[in-house]
Design a protein around this ligand. Structure first.
Ligand code: ZN
Length: 329
């Protein structure tokens, strides 16, 4: 997976819209041609209606005092002609709606924009943008709006705080982090704790929010990260290493589950963290390992980068396993 950027996804959507609009208008044009053949009287009647309106405006200009009477008489004739025209249409198997393009979005007529003077992006674009961003990033269903605190226990854990109370704080923190991105005091977040405690959900919800705000996000499992590192090591990288180094937000899930090859994992991970920190880029890492285990697996050098409190905020997710009871984040 490469970096996902809102700008590119938006361009794709507008391009798709343009095609949809063209197709709808082409189909309507085809139907109008068919109707002209199958219901020739319809065209004659429509022509008569148009003629009445032209006549009306001319007459009304010449005799402004009679405008009301002229209007009334024209109206009666138009109503009658329209009724006959529609009967012709219907006899040929069409409805008046068939004459118009059948736009996917009637609000913006598939232009993607609404408003006369100030053009605003139509709601159809905004919805589609979020849908595609979440889909491409693989975070559909894991946004802050879908964060369900009800899933978490209200039993007090070791620290005396319930999991639900902790998750509420974690969620609020994550939302603040995503909304002030990229101007965060500490740009690296490390989520530790056992599986099933909501680390991945929070990680994805932050990624989703940052994506919708227009920043480039790369979301990787540690295994995928390892594969990119191994390819790079063999000189077979296809630009993904550069994406990892430069994405405005990089999220790494499940750190510690990837294969460990010291000359690859440890070296590249150290470089990755150092480079991203030097460039002021944000990295969010979720791991089932504790700080001591991280140090054992990736060396002290990497672990101290990961737990450097000046640049990293460590959030320890509690619950379940009591053996590794660090008091909450
Ligand atoms: Zn629309």
């Amino acid at each position: 997976m490469s970096v996902i950027r809102r700008g590119r996804v938006l361009r794709d959507i507008l391009e798709d819209k343009r095609r949809l609009k063209q197709a709808a208008e082409f189909a309507a044009e085809q139907r109008r041609l068919e109707i002209a053949q199958k219901a020739p009287l319809y065209a004659d009647l429509s022509g008569e209606i148009a003629h009445i309106f032209i006549e009306l405006s001319r007459e009304a200009a010449l005799r402004p005092g009679d405008a009301d009477a002229l209007n009334r008489s024209a109206h009666a004739r138009v109503v009658d002609l329209r009724r006959r025209a529609e009967a012709e249409l219907s006899a040929a198997g069409y409805s008046p709606a068939d004459l118009e393009p059948n736009y996917a979005c009637p609000l913006c007529r598939d232009t993607g924009f609404v408003g006369e003077v100030e053009k605003d992006r139509c709601s159809c674009i905004r919805q589609e943008l979020n849908r595609r961003l979440y889909d491409e990033a693989g975070v559909a269903g894991q946004t802050f709006e879908q964060f369900d605190l009800g899933l978490f226990s209200i039993e007090p854990s070791l620290s005396g705080q319930s999991q639900r109370a902790f998750m509420e704080q974690a969620r609020d923190f994550g939302l603040r982090f995503a909304r002030s991105f990229p101007n965060n005091a500490r740009k690296t977040l490390l989520f530790t704790g056992l599986p099933g405690l909501g680390k991945t959900f929070l990680l994805n919800a932050i990624a989703a929010e940052v994506l919708t705000r227009g920043f480039g996000v790369m979301r990787l499992s540690a295994y995928r990260m390892f594969e990119i590192m191994r390819k790079t090591h063999r000189g077979q990288d296809e630009g993904e290493m550069n994406d990892m180094l430069t994405a405005e937000l990089l999220t790494l899930d499940d750190l510690g589950t990837e294969p460990l090859m010291e000359n690859i994992t440890v070296e590249y991970l150290f470089t990755l963290l150092a480079e991203r920190k030097n460039h002021g880029l944000s990295t969010i890492i979720a791991t089932n390992l504790g700080l001591r285990e991280l140090s054992q697996r990736y060396t002290e050098r990497v672990a101290s980068r990961l737990s450097d409190r000046s640049s990293t905020l460590v959030l320890h997710f509690e619950g379940g396993d009591l053996r590794r009871g660090q008091p909450g984040g």
